[in-house]
Design a protein around this ligand. Sequence first.
Ligand code: ZN
Ligand code: ZN
Length: 387
Amino acid sequence: MRAAPGVKTSPDFPVPDTMKAWVLGDPGHVTLTDKPVPVPKRAEVLVRIDAVAICATDLEIIWHGPPASIEGGFAFNKNFTPGHEYMGTVVALGPGVDEYRIGQRVTVEIHAGCGQCKRCREGMYTACHNYGLNYGDVDKGHRANGFTTDGGFCEYQVNNINTLVAIPDGMSDEEATLVVTAGTAMYGLTELGGLVAGESVVVTGPGPIGLLGVAVAKALGAHPVILTGTRDNRLKTGLELGADHVVNVRNEDPVEAVRRLVGGKGVDYVLECSGAPNAVNEAIRMVNRGGKVCLAAFPHEQVPVDIAHIVRNNIYLFGIRGEGKSATHRAEAFMSQKRFDATKIHTHTFALEDLPTALKYARERIEDAIKVVVKARGVAARKMAAE
Ligand SMILES: [Zn+2]
Ligand SMILES: [Zn+2]
């Protein structure tokens, strides 16, 4: 890292000038290169990345483009480093930073909004009105590492202090990468959804957000919590994370199953994490009159929705982007108190240099991969062929 006025470092955590970083080329292709280690500015720290989890959204970005936005457009061939679910150690402080100390272990949330738009001022910084405006003469200072600015598939990254969450010594690197996933479920259920203890929840789709959605809903006192999906081993993990009931939609109509379990009126909330074509139409029939449906998956196809049913039944339907209002801090509080064991969704760890193999495992769900983690240190490279 080049020296800069006011930036503090420590001999205990020496910072090199350059680092290994994966960059996105054409769709589906990443290349390992060298980049300068970035320098933290005001209200920023430099994080040495110790572990980074692969998210379904990373796969979207690497193969399709959105929701990443670099210089106002697609992220391909722009020397962009993806990856956003990382944790690590603070190794340099930007000018004036006294909120964190060098050597402190942290995990990160993604969105540092512009801080000046209407939504940022409300704490909804994941819906910042200046998303992606961080370049040239339209620079509003917005950052979303791995989406609009360089992310975590590398050795070091700068983070705004508002995106850091301190973690205890007892939390492993792998578990710490999952705080942000639990934070997304938390944001959907509490800040956006208004869930209170005793309300009933259906989670559709046992991916990482769905499974941790079950865990967070239970930790918040929801009852009952029902998980629907197509794969029995994922549903079994849902039971381990606290689901009261699971429904395999290959064996039973999910709407009928929910009515059988909770009665004909339906549940108070549906957290939709499947992205299945008929998911919204099923969700609005699982939820009771006046109930809420949180949409956390993005399907590729547009689908017809029975809007008349939503209107007649006063159903609230809302999308969720990321994890606003510091939901990650509340998720970390649950996890550090061992209210649920998020590590049940961590299945594989690879060396940073094996990122293409790790992406392949995540994308093709090889060996039933759920959360695949990549580490820059302490994991031997597999040297596996990755096409
Ligand atoms: Zn993610
Ligand atoms: Zn903003």
